[in-house]
Every structure is written in structure tokens, then in C-alpha cells.
Design a protein around this ligand. Structure first.
Ligand SMILES: [Zn+2]
Ligand SMILES: [Zn+2]
Length: 357
């Protein structure tokens, strides 16, 4: 059997929350393991899908390799001198790959697409999902201030937590994403382990990396690459370092879930959150438009919180659930539930926001 990279193959027909890893390197770039092994471990670790995102290479999709019956999503980490972004949903060959897949770990934009905005506009038009990786993790941070944020579908708010430098840059990435939300962008927050090897490599002294840590919970219409990517586009995602959560809005007898857009409504709304299997001690917050409007300590492995609000139809608002440990490191963060009209961003460039975090 060969690895199946089809986006349309359905592995489970039921709608539901599916768990997955969105940032992994294989032995086709600088990872230690072939895709089939990673798929096997992901399956054994309780994940439902795995995106392969090698640096400037797509060889993992071209070489036949035995694999378990497991959903693999074809992606690539476009690894540029001024930043890294993942594209998800690759099918076949693309014109821009001629300038990117040239056998180098890091490339400088040249040829037809000279700016990250040009390239991202083009990949977006091809139906691919663009996601800026580790945006503030020096020296792999995003250094193109001119990038137009309208072509950035997702942002990696939690990357490779075993790397010491991400203790600082991951919380900064959440703060950056919060500023984007406040400005009116509806960028989907995702997480990625940036997995390279299950074992310590010779000469390495860092902690063992873990596949699916953090992991993404995605509510999809079924378990297929196409449905997972659609759900990511629609913000039906939360990122977790362990806990499972629910976050819902209730208006009368209607219930809305993570990522939904309620449109322009008036009247009372209630937000309900549950947290399961939470490492302790921790605290949970409901965030409205960037500020915590409810905060509770989490003293048992299961906790609940709620928040009542009143909607004004002309006011743009967004609400999300954040859970942190006592050091302020993320345990879980949901994408928002949106209400009101979408605010039209005034600030357009990546560089407009970096000084704010
Ligand atoms: Zn990277
Ligand atoms: Zn990477």
C-alpha cells in the first residue's frame, strides 16, 4: 500500500472533533523519520490526522511508502530567509514551487514572486491555506514587515514547546494574534510541535520532542483532508497542550460553537466553557475583544465557567476561552466565537503589529 495523500478520501464519515498535528518534518528534509513511521506513531498517540510540512520539499508525497490507514495532509514549510510559513492542501505541482523547491533548506524569494505577499496571494488563490509559523521566534521569526495579513489564513500560536526559546516567543505569538483579532482579522490560531525526531540526536541536550504536543482539535464535517482544511478556514479549532475543552454560546435555545459567526444580533447571550483533564494548578479565562471578562482558578482536573453578556447588533465582538498554567504557559486556547459586523482592518501589514506585543 502507498501513502494516500488524497484530500477527498474519507476516513470517518461522522462530523466531530478530530485531533491532529499540523507541523512535522520527515527524513525527506531535516527530520529523522519517514512519513509512514510518523503516521504510525501519530495513530498510536491518539491523533486522527497529521500534516507533513517538510522544508521546501514535497518528496514525502512522491515516494511510495507503506503506511497505516491514517489521514495525512500534504503541506510544506515554505522556508524563506525572512520567515517560515506552512501551506496546507497541496495537490500536484504548482508553478511557484520552481523557485522554492530548489534543494535548499532556506531560500530567498526570487523569480516570479518577489515578496511574501505576492507568493501568499498566489497560493491563497490556488486554494491553499497559508499559516505563518513561529512568528516571533528569533532567529526563525517572521521578518517581512510588509506582509499583507489578508492572505494569512492561520498563525501558529504555539510552536515546539520543548525548545527553550519558545517559552518567550509562544506567549508573544498569542499576544500578536490577539492584536490581529482586535484589528478585525479572523486569522485561525493553530499549534504545531515542529517535530523532527522522537529521540535525542547525538550532541543534542534538549528535551525529547513530542508528536502532537501541542495538538489541534478541529471540528470537521468528516475525517478527510478537505474537511479538516475547510474547518481550519472556518476557525473551528482549538489548540491544546493536554486539556480537552468545550466553549459554546447560547442564545435562547440556539447553541453556537468555537469559530462560529453569529452575525448581527441583539440581546442576551451566555457563554459556557468546560475544561477536562487539566494539569494543575491552572487558570481559565473568557476573553472578550482582547480582555479577560471572567477568570477562575482551576483547582480540580475538571472545571467550568460562564459569562453572560448583551449583544448590540452594530458592535463587532469576539469571545474565546484561554487556559494557562501558573507560569502563564498555554494549556488550551480556542479560536473565537464572533458576533456583530466584521471590523474592517485599518492596519494591513505584519509590521504594524509587532511593536504592540
Ligand atoms: Zn520553521
Ligand atoms: Zn518546522
Amino acid at each position: 500500500m502507498s501513502l494516500d495523500w488524497s484530500l477527498s478520501k474519507i476516513y470517518n464519515p461522522r462530523p466531530g472533533w478530530y485531533r491532529g498535528e499540523l507541523h512535522v518534518h520527515t527524513s525527506h528534509s531535516d527530520g529523522a523519520h519517514p512519513p509512514a513511521d510518523l503516521a504510525e506513531w501519530a495513530k498510536a498517540g491518539g491523533l486522527n490526522f497529521l500534516a507533513i510540512t517538510d522544508h521546501n520539499r514535497v518528496d514525502a508525497f512522491n515516494k511510495p511508502d507503506p503506511a497505516p490507514d491514517f489521514l495525512l495532509i500534504p503541506g510544506m514549510e515554505v522556508t524563506l530567509q525572512n520567515g517560515h510559513f506552512n501551506v496546507y492542501g497541496l495537490e500536484g505541482k504548482y508553478d511557484w514551487q520552481e523557485d522554492i523547491c530548489i534543494g535548499l533548506f532556506t531560500v530567498k524569494l526570487a523569480g516570479k514572486y518577489l515578496t511574501t505577499t505576492d507568493l501568499m496571494r498566489h497560493t491563497a488563490a490556488q486554494g491553499l491555506l497559508n499559516s505563518i509559523n513561529h512568528p516571533l521566534r528569533v532567529p526563525f521569526d517572521w521578518r517581512d514587515d510588509e506582509t499583507d495579513l489578508q492572505y494569512v489564513h492561520c498563525v501558529e500560536i504555539w510552536n515546539k514547546p520543548d525548545a527553550p526559546d519558545t517559552i518567550r516567543s509562544n506567549p508573544q505569538a498569542i499576544a500578536l494574534w490577539t492584536e490581529w483579532l482586535k484589528a478585525g482579522y479572523r486569522t485561525t490560531a493553530i499549534g504545531g510541535s515542529d517535530h523532527h525526531s522522537l529521540k535525542l540526536m547525538p550532541g543534542e541536550h534538549k528535551l525529547t520532542e513530542r508528536l502532537g504536543w501541542p495538538r489541534n482539535y478541529v471540528y470537521a464535517e468528516n475525517l478527510s483532508g478537505a474537511a479538516i482544511l475547510t474547518a481550519m478556514r472556518q476557525h473551528h479549532v482549538y489548540v491544546s497542550m493536554g486539556p480537552e475543552v468545550t466553549f459554546q454560546a447560547v442564545i435562547g435555545d440556539e447553541i453556537f460553537n468555537i469559530g462560529e459567526d453569529l452575525g448581527q444580533r441583539a440581546g442576551e447571550i451566555r457563554f459556557l466553557a468546560d475544561i477536562f483533564d487539566c494539569p494543575l494548578p491552572a487558570y481559565a479565562q473568557i476573553i472578550k475583544n482582547g480582555s479577560a471578562v471572567r477568570e477562575v482558578p482551576v483547582n480540580t482536573r475538571q472545571a467550568s465557567l460562564e459569562f453572560n453578556d448583551y449583544l448590540h447588533p452594530a458592535d463587532p465582538a469576539w469571545y474565546r476561552l484561554d487556559v494557562y498554567d501558573e507560569a502563564g504557559l498555554m494549556l488550551a486556547v480556542t479560536n473565537p466565537i464572533f458576533t456583530g459586523p466584521q471590523r474592517q482592518p485599518v492596519l494591513k501589514r505584519f509590521g504594524d503589529f509587532v511593536d504592540r506585543v
